[in-house]
Design a protein around this ligand. Sequence first.
Ligand code: ADP
Ligand code: ADP
Ligand code: MG
Length: 678
Amino acid sequence: MMLTFDTVLVANRGEIALRVIRTLRRLGVRSVAVYSDADAGARHVREADAAVRLESGYLAVEEVLQAAKRSGAQAVHPGYGFLAESTAFARRCAEEGLVFVGPPAEAVEAMGDKIRAKATVAAAGVPVVPGGAEPGDLLEAALRIGFPVLVKPSAGGGGKGMLVARSAEELPQVLESARRTAAAAFGDPTLLLERFIADPRHIEIQVLADAHGNVIHLGERECSLQRRHQKIIEEAPSPLLDEETRRRMGADAVRAARSVGYVGAGTVEFIVAGDEPGHPGYFIEMNTRLQVEHPVTELVTGLDLVELQLRVAAGEPLPLSQDDVRLRGHAVEARVYAEDPSRDFLPTGGKVLALAEPGDPGVRVDSGIQAGTVVGSDYDPMLSKVIAWAPDRAGALRRLDAALRATTVLGVTTNIAFLRALLADPDVTAGRLGTGLIDQRLDALLAAAYGTGGAPPAEVPATAALVLHDELAARAGEDPWQVPDGWRVGEPAWTTWLLATARGETVPVKVRGLPARGCEVAVGDAPAVQARLARGDGEVIVTLDGLTTRFSCARDGAAVWLGRDGRSYAIIPHEAGDRGDHAGAGGAGDGVVRSPMPGTVLLVKVVPGERVTEGQPLMIVEAMKMEHTVTAPADGVVAELAVRAGQPVDMDAVLAVVRDEPPDTGAGAVTAAETGGS
Ligand code: ADP
Ligand code: ADP
Ligand code: MG
């Protein structure tokens, strides 16, 4: 053990900051966290040995350098995102005598820009996807390679700003939108385009290089399960590759790394066309940093990539050669996002009211959240990663599903149920993967995750009503007229709750207590069943008609959050008076157009009074540099325009109202409960 650092600053937040801190702690190295005001009290701040506040956020180069110097750090680990691929930062570290735990600035520069990266590796003999790049004429290139084409920001990452153009007519508009995102997200409007390969596989190779000329690879990761060009499930090894293809792709990746004098851990990404069996894959880009999905490689190789990064940065030679790399078993990772798959995977947000993360054998959870964490729109909506290992692929998939089932996040809508549906898809279990799979199967996956119609199973509103009933009874205390089950004439009275799900469906639930016999509950028109509720710490155990189940449970204002099997439900009592007309408030049908996510209005494309047709773009809302076009729900007139360009909006905030006729009086959601006999 040479390692010369005794203190390392971690210039990141969330799960990756915690991941790096974990290895530092194991190596006996002091860790220094940095944090923005939004993250004061975050887990990475609590778990580091020291922490420094950043006035201007995680991209403030000079402040991070100051923090490193003040805390006595010799090195800075940038994680991924933020400063990880900033050559300016890497250079400033060197000037200040700090070691940047990453490749040399020249290698980052050569690979940070997709156009230059492709030219460099192509010159080294690595196959690249045919295409064209600016300052060349993109229309001319598209006509040469043929439509459809994929437009990408040259400086891009995270799948942002990538758009498909299907025809020459469509291209100018696609270029305009991609350019806007490229400039906003990456500060560089330069675009390239490539032949759009239909439903390819994304297979990437992890490489490791030291400063002594040794370059090895640690095998591949298959990352073909993507939404919006971003990975959500990754595995190692790939079910597709045979030994020979793995060897060829590994050799291409090593050649790509050598072509830029690479040092450190990096990933060379390839796409493999489904219709070219035996093709080793086209290079698409190299990520010059630790990647989100690095844990699957760690689990099959038994190596700690962060430790190896630190050792290489300290000048040590790689402790292993290519022949020492052994792949053992199979690992699969699922990314848990604060997003709603049924709303086009748009980011959600909220406060984590309760959290359960599994700790079973063969399961690793890299998480950045804790109870109390507020998930806003300032940062990437990835909350955690759940990773499972087993001797074979089927075992790893089963363990991962069980781990997701045991994960509960109350207070924030997540994609966990969708991930579970995806893991159960027959093509996924068979290893027939492709980057188009999620899009092609979206309806079936959503139905498997959320049921058809989207309504929660009846035991959810039943349990919520029992929780509310229990609270009302406790609050009523001694006043006999306030007790919800007050005896009327002859028998206990029913309390009716009109409950709404987060999606706006409403369901009436009746409850009445039966002394010494628990209670009775009836959901909708269904007959009443015997019920019993026991409340524990953060959970409720409910028995309905003899069947006992457990939900995790938390309250947030009027909302009752219930979680089970990786799903969570927010149930909100509605004022009973407007039942009937309230179902679907904010949904299609009432002409009210709401923001599908917390974000900022980027562009407003209509004016009040303008006649619009169904599906016509009304405005663009942006969050985390992701654009979402909000369209008219029906033909009509823009009766109201509630926002301006530049204005921040909450999720579900009213953006506009589109109507046929003059507006009538709108009704808002009120929260209250009606009690009384029935
Ligand atoms: P990976 O490539 O490691 O699998 P992602 O593509 O999902 O992971 O990106 C990881 C994080 O880094 C995300 O927060 C993403 O927005 C951010 N990111 C990736 N590339 C860039 C970039 N070039 N500039 C800024 N942020 C980036
Ligand atoms: P980013 O820097 O945003 O990660 P990439 O170039 O790595 O961008 O591409 C992200 C994803 O987009 C890939 O994993 C793949 O699914 C898809 N993709 C990239 N290039 C192509 C292409 N030429 N044809 C089809 N899909 C592609
Ligand atoms: Mg990529």
